[in-house]
Design a protein around this ligand. Structure first.
Ligand SMILES: Cc1cc2nc3c(=O)[nH]c(=O)nc-3n(C[C@H](O)[C@H](O)[C@H](O)COP(=O)(O)OP(=O)(O)OC[C@H]3O[C@@H](n4cnc5c(N)ncnc54)[C@H](O)[C@@H]3O)c2cc1C
Length: 336
């Protein structure tokens, strides 16, 4: 494989790039150069918070030619009775193994980590600054168009006053000193994971304030299972089709899907205004319902020393002012 030419230049080494390259290796004799600004394959999983797991079973994720996980049924925890879900660490190890054991030994893949793609076949090493032009015989395949921004690599989308103790979900798992209370900001899957993880670690529900700009609909994991539980997946699909056929309005459709247990929400008294297709278990939601201090005043605009300013109001950071310094705000997805 010549150093300055390639059939395909794949930009990004995340799940999309890895799956695409795997398919190219299986179905063609093409050569591929993969560039990613991150230091390891796996895309955003490389910087993910440590307590994140796939929200669907591992069997439904990864590249086609290399199975992910052992297809074990979880026996404990909020996923008990369902198929295993890979953690961020497992996903990173998996993509590393795919690269080292499957891609590189073919002699048809060149992998350039810590490398930026600048367009027009031009790549720049983040380590040496060296720039190169690659001759691309077939196509540049840009897998970055779905790339999201994550708190680990993006600044908060609101002002934060000096002295406020604000951490990302990744930093939360590595706190250097204890906190009296936690304020979790966000209504999406990362916020849900963060609250569930804090509760799992033994943090009292009363020590958590959850700033939830919006409530969401969630898919029930019971209906997203492979292998021996596949009949449940088909049952879930047929319930959805039946609900679509019978519904008289959009609200009626969601009501029917909720009645059948296909769609879930945390608070039955609050109408969800978002649906991102994320999957949760009923046990997880039961646990999350123990958090009663939920702030619904829109998105956070600024965190001042003693007050969180939101779109629709202001809440004190901690009524017990003297303890404010020991309170931790947890920033969750930038685009929530
Ligand atoms: C916290 C979190 C949890 C998720 N959980 C799930 C889940 O459980 N199940 C599911 O199906 N999906 C999940 N997703 C969705 C996830 O986006 C996809 O599963 C998938 O990992 C996305 O892969 P990707 O390759 O499209 O993007 P990414 O993983 O974002 O990879 C894109 C890569 O491109 C690189 N890049 C970008 N621009 C350049 C450039 N100019 N030069 C060089 N490199 C560049 C980036 O460094 C990055 O590594 C989750 C997403 C997040 C953020």
């Amino acid at each position: 494989m010549r150093d300055d030419e390639t059939d395909y230049l794949v930009v990004g080494a995340g799940a999309a790039a890895m799956a695409f390259t795997d398919a190219l290796l299986t179905h063609t004799s093409a050569t591929v150069t993969i560039v990613d600004r991150r230091h390891a394959p796996g895309g955003h999983w490389v910087d993910a918070y440590p307590y994140v797991r796939l929200h669907q079973p591992s069997a439904f994720y990864g590249v086609d030619s290399v199975p992910l996980g052992d297809d074990a049924l979880d026996a404990v925890g909020s996923n008990a009775g369902c198929y295993e879900r890979a953690s961020a660490a497992e996903l990173c190890a998996y993509f590393e193994r795919v690269m080292q054991q499957r891609f590189l030994p073919t002699g048809r893949v060149r992998y350039l980590p810590c490398t930026d793609y600048e367009g027009e076949g031009r790549i720049v090493s983040r380590l040496s600054g060296a720039t190169r032009e690659l001759g691309v015989r077939r196509k540049v395949v840009d897998t970055t168009y779905l790339e999201g921004s994550i708190p680990a690599t993006s600044p908060p989308p609101f002002a934060v006053a000096d002295g406020v103790r604000l951490v990302t979900p990744g930093q939360l798992a590595r706190l250097d000193r204890a906190a009296t209370r936690f304020v979790v900001i966000g209504g999406g899957k990362t916020a849900l994971d963060t609250c569930a993880w804090l509760l799992e670690q033994g943090v009292a529900p009363g020590a958590i304030r959850w700033i939830r700009p919006r409530d969401g609909w969630w898919l029930n994991r019971r209906f997203q299972q492979p292998h021996a539980l596949l009949p449940e997946l088909y049952r879930g699909a047929s319930l959805q089709i039946e609900a679509c056929a019978q519904a008289t309005s959009l609200d009626d459709l969601f009501a029917r899907l909720e009645r059948e247990g296909v769609f879930l929400r945390i608070d039955p008294d609050v109408a969800p205004t978002m649906f991102r297709g994320a999957i949760v278990s009923e046990a997880e939601l039961d646990r999350l319902r123990t958090i009663e201090d939920v702030v619904r005043m829109g998105h956070v605009r600024a965190i001042e020393r003693d007050v969180v300013a939101l779109e629709e109001g202001r809440v004190p950071t901690d009524e017990r002012g003297e303890e404010r310094a020991r309170e931790v705000g947890v920033l969750v997805p930038v685009r929530d």
